[in-house]
Design a binder for this molecule. Structure first.
Ligand code: PHB
Length: 389
């Protein structure tokens, strides 16, 4: 007998009911306007993916300085808050709980997109050397960032709080702090990018101070059980290098566990930013870190329906994110449930542009007859296995 799918069990996140264990994870799609104001096209995109139990928005930058790329949405201006409202409403159309991801890229920005035209600021003046910056004119080297003063750090902590307050005003149910993939919070955590000698650098405790301060500040604006934290503990993407990642991320997981946040969102070791790589030799098993967290765990990265069910059955994850599959299959939960074929991801339109590669992926019924709900007279079709991305 076939085992019942656990992906379709309901769940409670921070006291809010989720209709399934399927998560739309944060995905940079660059369809806001030039001022970081969400657009009607984004409303359509999120509305198409509203069948997830939990929708996490693409990274929304907390200040103009926090952005790496044009057309990334923000959560710092009144116009942005107003324009997010219909987008969030669309994402909630089928009952999803909707979180905003709060993002600051630190040294992953570039002078060409900074308001003052100068290199970005980061914990320490250490440039990324192993990866290029994705500029409008192609891939170019990163610049050496300017070192943040302690006063500027305090300002950024405040800006996280203000963005969280704006997220609530825009209708989001909670926020996720992007502390993964070598962005600002991760730059403070890793000793390769944090060479500070003040109380934000040096010891583990000091390198975790910025994250602790951000969580604490954000918790002034919404309950702790509405704050998630995303980590990529094994990733060295964008020179996220540390002399002892296992000790570092074990400590970070214990810290956020003790703080009592809503969830821990772990990126699998095989994911490097937006690409899949061989599992790094020194990777930390996701199960090991998940086991240190006393609360809800989301796991994302290269999973398909079968591997996701396994994560749930093994008690490693409570919820599973599907990024690339959700880009090309807006009705992914429906397709999973019906064992329908999956649409492959096309290379065009992943970052920026218009509807192409963004809102033009078909719902299953539009493309094929549905064997669960056959149209009278239509040819029947045998369900196929799904395709991992
Ligand atoms: C990307 O734009 O490629 C990107 C953004 C955020 C991430 C990873 C990748 O966390």
């Amino acid at each position: 007998m076939e085992r019942q799918s656990t992906l379709f069990d309901s769940f409670s996140l921070g006291g809010q009911p989720l209709r399934n264990r399927i998560v739309l994870p944060p995905l940079t799609r660059s369809r806001a306007d030039d001022d970081g104001v969400p657009t009607p096209l984004m409303e359509e995109y999120y509305g198409q993916r509203a069948g997830a139990g939990l929708v996490i928005s693409e990274g929304a930058v907390i200040t103009p300085q926090a952005s790496a790329y044009p057309r990334v949405p923000g959560l710092y201006s009144p116009d942005q808050v107003t324009a997010w409202r219909p987008v969030v409403e669309a994402a909630k159309r089928e009952g999803a709980v909707v979180y905003a991801q709060l993002w600051h890229v630190g040294r992953q920005s570039h002078s060409s997109v900074q308001p003052d035209g100068l290199p970005p600021k980061a914990p320490s003046p250490v440039a990324i050397t192993g990866y290029p910056y994705r500029s409008a004119a192609g891939r170019i080297p990163y610049e050496t960032p300017r070192e943040l003063t302690t006063k500027e750090i305090a300002g950024i902590v405040q800006a996280y709080g203000a963005a969280a307050r704006n997220a609530v005003r825009a209708g989001f149910d909670g926020v996720e702090l992007h502390a993964a993939n070598g962005y600002l919070i991760d730059q403070f955590l890793n000793d390769g990018s944090n060479r500070r000698t003040d109380h934000y650098g040096g010891s583990l405790e000091s390198r975790m101070r910025f994250l602790r301060e951000v969580v604490t500040e954000v918790a002034r604006h919404l309950p702790m059980e509405r704050i998630g934290v995303r980590l990529s503990p094994s990733s060295v993407w964008m020179d996220a290098n540390d002399s002892d990642k296992r000790t570092l991320y074990s400590s970070v997981v214990r810290l956020v566990s003790d703080l009592g946040i809503a969830y821990l969102h772990l990126v699998e070791p095989e994911i490097a930013g937006s690409t899949t790589v061989d599992r790094p030799a020194a990777s930390i098993p996701t199960a090991e870190l998940a086991g240190l967290f006393d609360g809800v765990v989301i796991v994302t990265g290269g999973h398909d329906q079968v591997s996701a069910e396994q994560l749930l059955a093994d008690g490693i994850a409570d919820l599973v994110g599907f990024g690339r599959l959700f880009i090309s299959n807006p009705d992914l939960p429906h397709r999973f449930r019906a064992q329908a074929p999956l649409e492959p991801l096309r290379p065009t339109g992943i970052y920026g542009g218009g509807p192409e590669g963004y809102t033009d992926y078909p719902r299953w019924q539009e493309a094929l007859p549905d064997p669960l709900f056959p149209t009278p007279g239509a040819p029947t079709r045998t369900p196929e296995g799904d395709t991992a991305s």
